[in-house]
Every structure is written in structure tokens, then in C-alpha cells.
Design a protein around this ligand. Structure first.
Ligand code: MN
Ligand code: MN
Length: 472
């Protein structure tokens, strides 16, 4: 064999590889400069949303403000809607459905995008306030899957509502404004932490040690006890008109007080609290808002609550509120809600684990999502032998894949970690259980559920584009 033919054989192999092998390229190599610029611009809006929407209630509020500016009006189930109409419905202040009525008859099915707007955090207990060693504290009960040790010694803010005895609702948001005070869970100094450091990681800080320091100055009087607590209660009474008993009917959430930031010299990443899953909530909502003209199928985008605790409760997706909304909408067109659901298609929009080379051994490289390689399509979630999963059908994966390729979406597939190492779930199964073809799509995240989560701006943008392609 001459050298020349050898070279020819190699190029044939290369040619075949190009034709037959899977391509997974960094978005930075594929995206044009104009597209990178568009992605950066999109992420500015995203960061602003993150700062305004640190809780599910705030996410609903911030979203409704955006929707009203974009011509969406509050859904009225008695009203007759026509193609092009844009509506939204708020569920108990904590979840949101928006819809754009399509040209096709609704019983041909609707396109659903579903993301969640609750994130792991520390909730105040219903009797939270106490004083010890002349300092005042709040007791907390954490919400969702957190590594408890990550929540100590960082600035925290307080968000939520207090419902007073007379029914008045007081809104609380302290620690976000530059001039606001912040709060903190204290940790033990290393000098005295010998015994603490021998504890297993879930107990380095226990749930009952996640106490929030809220003050140390006593009320000026020698007569009573618990003067620091009294001083705090007095401040709260003057500011909000509340007494200690009002905490019983409050939902107060403690979250990191820092703002969304660009990460890296190249500013290619976003670092912020609560990107799981507000990254999908924002991209899904913006894709729905930005639909050009009237979509062929009706679009129903749902931003739900309670995903992080299993989707139970009236504002979680195990509740019937999505089903009821679709039934009501179908009825207003004289159609059958069941028929609508059975013909519907859904992208369940949630984040997936991005491959982290520092902890590479928990992820299987061939089936892992990579930061910067586009939006991630996840056929199944669950744990062990695919327990508790919507395992999307090959046909539906094929349908979605074709849309993405036709619309030049940069996308990848991913599985949440190695087979036997754990797992997780999303709302996909609850929507699929309504007889809706459903698959997970979202953004790969580093440090998921940590107070400061990391995403790639390119992936955020590609997820927005992927939603837009699916619903157009
Ligand atoms: Mn999530
Ligand atoms: Mn999560």
C-alpha cells in the first residue's frame, strides 16, 4: 500500500465518522457573533428576573407584570376567546398559567410548557422567634433538597407574607435593597469545630441548627425578660403591625441575599440563587410572549409551585389546576377537555445536572449534559431502575428532535448522573399522567440547589429558542 492510498483511506474514515458519529460541540464554536450577542442580551433580562423573583410568589408577581405589559389579560372562564388572545391565570399567588389561543381547533391538542418557580430555601417555622444568650433568632425548617452546610455564614434575605388576625396580608421583603440589613445562620469557628467536623456531612449543620440571627440589642428597660426578643417584636410591630401570634399564619422564606452575577472572565456564565427552575420558567414564559403572530396550536405555559417538595398541594402539579384550566378552556370552545389533553404535547421544562469535571465520577460521560453544549433533552428521570419517571416514547423524542434540528437549536441529551448513584424527578410524570406526550427539556446547571447556582448563557438562550421552536 502506498502512502497516498493510506491517506485516502483515512479521509474516507473521517468522512464516515462525520456522517455516522454523534456530534457534541461547544456552542461557542457554533454560534455566530450576532447570536452570542443576542444570547448575552437575553440573559440581562433573565438576571433581572432572577433578582425580582426569589420566591414563587415574587416570580408570579414579576411574571404578571411582564405579561400585562405584553398584552395578556386575566383569564375569565365565562369569556369566549378567539385565536391570538393572550390570557393568564394565577393560582393562589404561587403558580401561574399563561396561554395564547391558536388557530387550530383546541381539540387538536395544545402545546404545553411547564416549569417550576419554587426553589430550595429555609422557611420560618410557625413559632419562629426566640432569644438566647441575649441574641434573637428565627427557627427554620428547610424546604427542598439542600446541603445544609451551604446555608451558613452567607448573607440571607427574608421574603413572604404574614396574614394578620384581621385577614390583612403584609408583604415582607428585607435584605435585597442595598440599604437593607441581612440575616445569617452562624457557623462554628474552626478552632472549636473538631467534634463538628467528625459529623457526617448531612449533620455538619443539622436542621435544628439552621437558626437565623436577627438581632442583639435589648429593649431599654430593666423590668422584663427577653428584652432582645421584645425589641425585635417591637420593630416588627411598628413596621408591619404584627404580633408574635401572626407568625402562625405566615409564609416567610429565607433565601440568599446576593444578586445574579456574570461568572468568569469571559462572562459566559450566570451565577445566581434559584436558577432551578426559574431559568426554565423565564425562558418558557419569554418564548410564549415572543410568539410571532398567532400560533397554530394553542400554547399553555404553566409556572408551578411545590416541585421541590414533590408537587403535592393545591399549587403543585399533582393538583388538578392545570387540568381544570384546560377543561374550562375546552368547554368555552364547546370541546371536550379529555380530547384536548389526549392530543396535547408537553415540554416539561426543568434543569439537569451539568457535567462537573471536579466531580466527574458521579456522571457517566457519554450520557451527561455539558455546560455550554446547548439545551438538554432528558428522555427519562427517576432513580434506580427508572423508578418514578415519565420515560418519554421514542416517537415523541423523534418528533421533538426533528423540530430542534430544523430550527438550528443547539441541543444535547443528558441523564441525571450514573445509574446507581441517586436520581431525581420533575413534573413531567404528572403531566404525562394526564395522557399528554411529555419530555423533559432544560438547562444544565452546576452546583444545583446550592445558594449560588451556575448556568451557561448560551444554554439559557438555546432553551428559550427550543421552546419557541416547539410552540411556534
Ligand atoms: Mn427543578
Ligand atoms: Mn430542584
Amino acid at each position: 500500500m502506498t502512502k497516498k492510498t493510506e491517506k485516502k483511506a483515512e479521509s474516507k474514515a473521517k468522512e464516515l465518522q462525520k456522517q455516522l458519529f454523534m456530534k457534541k460541540k461547544n456552542s461557542g464554536l457554533i454560534m455566530s457573533d450576532a447570536e452570542i450577542k443576542a444570547a448575552d442580551k437575553f440573559n440581562e433580562g433573565y438576571k433581572k428576573f432572577l433578582d425580582e423573583a426569589k420566591t414563587e410568589r415574587e416570580a408570579v408577581k414579576a411574571s404578571v407584570a411582564i405579561l400585562q405589559k405584553q398584552g395578556f389579560s386575566e383569564y375569565d372562564k365565562k369569556k369566549k376567546y378567539k385565536a391570538g388572545d393572550k390570557v393568564y391565570m394565577v393560582n393562589r399567588g404561587k403558580a401561574l398559567i399563561l396561554a395564547v389561543i391558536g388557530k387550530e381547533s383546541i381539540d387538536k391538542g395544545v402545546n404545553i410548557l411547564a416549569a417550576h418557580i419554587d426553589s430550595p430555601r429555609l422557611d420560618l417555622k410557625q413559632n419562629p422567634l426566640y432569644e438566647e444568650a441575649e441574641m434573637a433568632y428565627f427557627k427554620t425548617h428547610y424546604y427542598g433538597g439542600i446541603k445544609k452546610y451551604q446555608w451558613t455564614a452567607i448573607p440571607l434575605s427574608l421574603h413572604g407574607v404574614i396574614v394578620k388576625n384581621d385577614g390583612d396580608v403584609v408583604e415582607v421583603n428585607i435584605g435585597e435593597d442595598e440599604k437593607d440589613p441581612v440575616f445569617v445562620v452562624t457557623d462554628l469557628l474552626p478552632h472549636l469545630a473538631q467534634e463538628q467536623m467528625k459529623r457526617p456531612a448531612p449533620k455538619i449543620i443539622t436542621g435544628e441548627e439552621l437558626n437565623i440571627l436577627i438581632g442583639s440589642r435589648p429593649f431599654k428597660d430593666d423590668e422584663a425578660s427577653e428584652l432582645v426578643k421584645l425589641n425585635i417584636m417591637n420593630i416588627l410591630f411598628k413596621k408591619y403591625g404584627i404580633t408574635e401570634e401572626d407568625f402562625i399564619s405566615a409564609e416567610l422564606e429565607v433565601v440568599p441575599a446576593f444578586k445574579a452575577k456574570d461568572v468568569g472572565f469571559d462572562r459566559s456564565l450566570v451565577g445566581a440563587y434559584g436558577q432551578d427552575d426559574r431559568v426554565c420558567a423565564y425562558t418558557a414564559m419569554m418564548a410564549t410572549i415572543d410568539i410571532k403572530g398567532v400560533p397554530s396550536r394553542t400554547v399553555v405555559t404553566i409556572l408551578t409551585d411545590k416541585e421541590e417538595t414533590g408537587s403535592d398541594g393545591s399549587t403543585g402539579l399533582q393538583s388538578s389546576y392545570l387540568e381544570y384550566f384546560i377543561y374550562d378552556l375546552a368547554e368555552s370552545f364547546g370541546k371536550n377537555g379529555r380530547a384536548v389533553l389526549s392530543a396535547s404535547k408537553c415540554l416539561s421544562a426543568d434543569v439537569n445536572a451539568g457535567f462537573d469535571p471536579t466531580f466527574g465520577d458521579v456522571l457517566e460521560k457519554k450520557n451527561s449534559a455539558y455546560v455550554g453544549k446547548g439545551t438538554v433533552l432528558t428522555k427519562f428521570t427517576g432513580a434506580g431502575g427508572k423508578s418514578g419517571t415519565n420515560d418519554s416514547s421514542a416517537e415523541f423524542v423523534g418528533y421533538v428532535r426533528k423540530i430542534f434540528d430544523e430550527n438550528k437549536i443547539i441541543w444535547q441529551t443528558g441523564e441525571l448522573g450514573k445509574v446507581d448513584l441517586g436520581g431525581g424527578g420533575t413534573v413531567a410524570k404528572y403531566i404525562a399522567n394526564l395522557d399528554v406526550d411529555t419530555i423533559d427539556l432544560g438547562v444544565p446547571v452546576l452546583s444545583m440547589h446550592a445558594p449560588f447556582e451556575i448556568t451557561s448563557k448560551a444554554d439559557v438562550y438555546m432553551t428559550y429558542k427550543a421552546f419557541a421552536a416547539f410552540i411556534k
